[in-house]
Design a binder for this molecule. Structure first.
Ligand SMILES: N[C@@H](CCC(=O)N[C@@H](CS)C(=O)NCC(=O)O)C(=O)O
Length: 243
């Protein structure tokens, strides 16, 4: 049994999943670091699965992907409950360890593997990156409701923003401009995973032509050109079934 057979067998026995499609395997392994499986949504639209996916690619890791049809509540079945305590995607399975919550996954990947750093080395920049991630996950609800990431990745359309969503958009743009003040391409000099999170939130507005300052459009556009992000953007998707 070579590494990839072993890897596949381990994946299956760990979480009881189906044989994984070759199309969902990324890159041959350079070193043995144990089996790695990422559960994502079938539409490849989850902003949280996006950062977990990019984190693995940035580290040059080989991993399998298991897309779950959230519209069919595939994540609510007993099999997935055995793997994911919270039954949410993304969930990363690394050997016998399963982890959910995207920012926890990013931090785990960064602390476990060498390669491109996902978080800044400077302690305060790192704290700020975590602040940005936590803020984007807990605030700006009107944008998340009225501009779901289906508008970015799946061509979905939506009516104009409500007054409360416009207010949230102003808050987002104002904070993003402050965070990027004095910076060029990225939030913290070098690229970090928080750049993907921030660009993702801005892209929700940019996708449907909502007003966004040019500086932020340029920033988000540049982030969207990163090769690992492009692998997500251009991933094959089934017809959209919103969840
Ligand atoms: N805070 C979580 C959010 C994860 C999340 O909301 N996942 C959604 C898809 S985008 C999900 O699993 N929805 C299905 C469900 O909750 O049943 C993270 O950062 O990972």
């Amino acid at each position: 049994m070579d590494f990839s057979d072993q890897h596949e067998a381990q994946s299956r026995s760990l979480v009881g999943i189906r044989h994984l499609n070759e199309a969902h395997r990324f890159r041959p392994p350079a070193v043995h670091y144990g089996c790695m499986l990422l559960y994502v949504d079938a539409n490849f639209a989850s902003p949280y699965a996006l950062v977990a996916f990019v984190s693995l690619l940035e580290k040059g890791l080989t991993f399998d992907i298991e897309p779950l049809d959230l519209a069919a509540r595939a994540n609510r079945g007993p099999d997935f409950a055995k793997t994911s305590i919270t039954r949410r995607i993304p969930t990363l399975v690394h050997e016998d360890f399963a982890l959910s919550e995207s920012s926890a996954i990013c931090e785990y990947i960064d602390e476990t593997f060498s390669g491109t750093r996902l978080y800044p080395t400077d302690r305060r920049d790192r704290a700020r990156a975590r602040q940005v991630q936590a803020w984007l996950r807990s605030d700006l609800m009107p944008i998340r409701e009225e501009r779901p990431t289906f508008v970015v990745f799946c061509g979905a359309t939506r009516p104009p923003l409500s007054a409360r969503a416009r207010e949230a958009a102003d808050q987002l743009c104002s904070a993003a401009l402050t965070l990027l003040d004095g910076r060029t391409e990225h939030l913290f000099g070098d690229w970090s995973i928080a750049d993907v999170d921030l660009a993702m939130m801005l892209q929700r507005l940019i996708a449907l032509g909502d007003p966004v300052p040019q500086r932020l459009i340029e920033y988000a556009t540049l982030q969207w050109r990163r090769p690992t992000v492009k692998q997500w953007i251009h991933h094959k998707r089934p017809p959209l079934r919103e969840y």
